[in-house]
Design a protein. Sequence first.
Length: 179
Amino acid sequence: MKNSIQLKDLTFKRFISEEKINERILALANQINTDYADKAPVFLPILNGSFMFASDLIKQVSLACQVSFVKVSSYAGTQSTGQLKTLIGHEDSLFNQDVIIVEDIVDTGFTLQLIVNDLKSRGAKSVETVSLLRKQKAREKEVEVKYVGFELDEQFVVGYGLDYDGLGRNLKDIYEQLD
Ligand code: 5GP
C-alpha cells in the first residue's frame, strides 16, 4: 500500500483507504436496503468510473434488483469540458421503474442533471442517486444526491475506478493530486 503514486506528469497522495471505502459502502447499502425494502430498484451505474464502486455496493444490497449500465464521458484530463460527449446504454426499459443512478463522483453536477432529466423523460417512476464522492461545487448547486459516500473540496482524485488520462482505475484506495 503506497502513500504516494505518480501517474504520467502528476503526483498523488493516499487520501481515502480501502478500509474506509468498504466501511462507508456497507453503510450506504444498508440505508438503501431499508429505504427500498418494498421495492425492486434498477441500479444504473455510470461507466467507466463507477464500475468498482457499483460492484462493491451492489454486492451488499439484499433486495431483488436489476443492474443496467450507461456510459457517459464529459472529462478530458483534469478539467471538465462541460460537454456531454457520449451517452450509450438504456437498452432495458426504465419505464415505471425505481431507478438508482450509481456515480463515482459528482463535480459540477452537469452530467448527473442530464442523466436525471433523461430518465424522467423515459417515464421512470422514481430517480435517486448514490455517489461515492461529491465535490463542493455540486453542494453549492444543490444537485440532489440522496446517498453520498464522502464529501470533497475541489481536489482532483484518482483510484478505485477513477482515472487520470486512463490510468489509476485499478488502485484500491483513492488518491488526491498534490499541487
Ligand atoms: P460533473 O459533470 O459533475 O462536473 O463531472 C462528473 C464526472 O467528471 C465524473 O463522473 C467523473 O468522470 C469526472 N470527474 C469529476 N471530478 C473528478 C475527479 O476529481 N477525478 C476524476 N478522475 N474524475 C472526475
